[in-house]
Design a binder for this molecule. Structure first.
Ligand code: PEP
Ligand code: MN
Length: 338
């Protein structure tokens, strides 16, 4: 249920309505837009059917939200959400934010080298996994907490922000300490307990779409995070499973405009996992930016042959730089910056 307030509703009237909702055992989420304030009501809505909220001073109308996701919906918040990532970087606004770096954090010197290079090409965020979700238990599993420390040192040395994956809530305190953005990977998109945990964190969350999940399920997972109080969620399309086997996954480019239409949350694209091959990363990135993505997360490695994971889809820094030149031109053509 959404309660749309009159443009002249006072703070006291808003508080009164919030109190009333809480008394009914429901949760009010107030969103102050440019023109109007809206209160989203979360919980068992049957209680509301008997309450004549329309008669409360300050209320203009009460509308049911028919979609299963509420807080992430554009019905709840008309303006696109702009998320402050720290260090003067925002996502969801005019600027397209580029995140780049190796799939896995490996040796510290190598991480620094890659970070400096992607920074000089225009990346604002360094990516790198310290906890790796690998298909095989015999594959490299990541450096764990040591890897987080490498990321943190590299952040200090370069000024880049850091995004890294959290797979298990028991490491949340470490990831919170060392990272600026917490990534929830495709394989954990429906790990609801983990979603609730990061919903209670103050850090921005980068939620990747599960490879076999619909957009509705994707938005429901984001709803878990928002419903715990964390509204700083960035959605990421990273390719889905289809019958096509020429690429690792199929980049579902539709996701970008569909999500931008259904939700106020920023939406980015991961062209590396979506395609699975470095040669496809540049064209997929161009398409993503042209389609309206608010950012990209790209795998870059100074020596992909030696990468401990996802070397085939990693760009050499020089190739990444060429890609960035394309992205700048496309951004300019659609009135955005990089
Ligand atoms: C990654 O970003 O390295 C990763 C494992 O991504 P995904 O969860 O999309 O597969
Ligand atoms: Mn990877």
């Amino acid at each position: 249920m959404i309660i749309v307030l009159r443009p002249d509703a006072t703070g006291r009237q808003i508080k009164h309505i919030e109190e009333k909702i809480k008394k009914m055992g429901l949760k009010p989420w107030t969103s102050k837009g440019e023109e109007r304030t809206i209160i989203g009501v979360i919980g068992e809505e049957d209680a509301l059917r008997l309450a004549p909220l329309e008669v409360f001073p300050g209320v203009e109308r009460v509308m049911p939200i028919l979609k299963p996701y509420k807080l992430v919906s554009r019905d709840f918040k008309k303006e696109g959400s702009v998320i402050d990532l720290g260090g003067g970087v925002e996502i969801g606004g005019n600027q397209i934010v580029i995140m780049a770096g190796p799939c896995s954090v490996e040796e510290e010197g190598r991480l620094l080298d890659i970070a400096q290079k992607v920074k000089s090409s225009g990346a604002k965020v360094l990516r790198g996994g310290a906890f790796k979700p690998r298909t095989s238990p015999y594959s490299f599993q990541g450096l764990g907490i040591e890897g987080l420390k490498f990321l943190n040192n590299t952040k200090k040395a370069t000024g880049l922000l850091v995004v890294t994956e959290l797979m298990d809530a028991k490491y949340l305190k470490y990831v919170e300490k060392y990272a600026d953005i917490i990534q929830i990977g495709a394989r954990n998109m429906q790990n609801f307990e983990l979603l609730k945990e990061v919903g209670r964190s103050k850090k921005p969350i980068l939620l990747k779409r599960g490879m076999s999940n619909t957009i509705k399920e994707f938005l429901m997972s984001a709803e878990y995070i928002l419903s715990e109080g964390n509204f700083n969620v960035i959605l990421c399309e990273r390719g889905i499973r289809t019958f096509e086997d020429a690429m690792r996954f199929t980049l579902d480019i539709n996701t970008v405009p569909v999500i931008k239409n259904l939700s106020h949350l920023p939406c980015i694209v991961d062209p590396s996992h979506a395609s699975g091959h470095w040669a496809l990363v540049r064209p997929c990135s161009r398409a993503a930016v042209a389609a309206g993505a608010d950012g990209l997360i790209v795998e870059v490695h100074s020596n992909p042959e030696e990468a401990l994971s996802d070397g085939v889809q990693s760009l050499y820094p020089e190739k990444f730089d060429e890609m960035m030149q394309d992205i700048r031109k496309i951004a300019e053509a659609i009135g955005r910056t990089v």
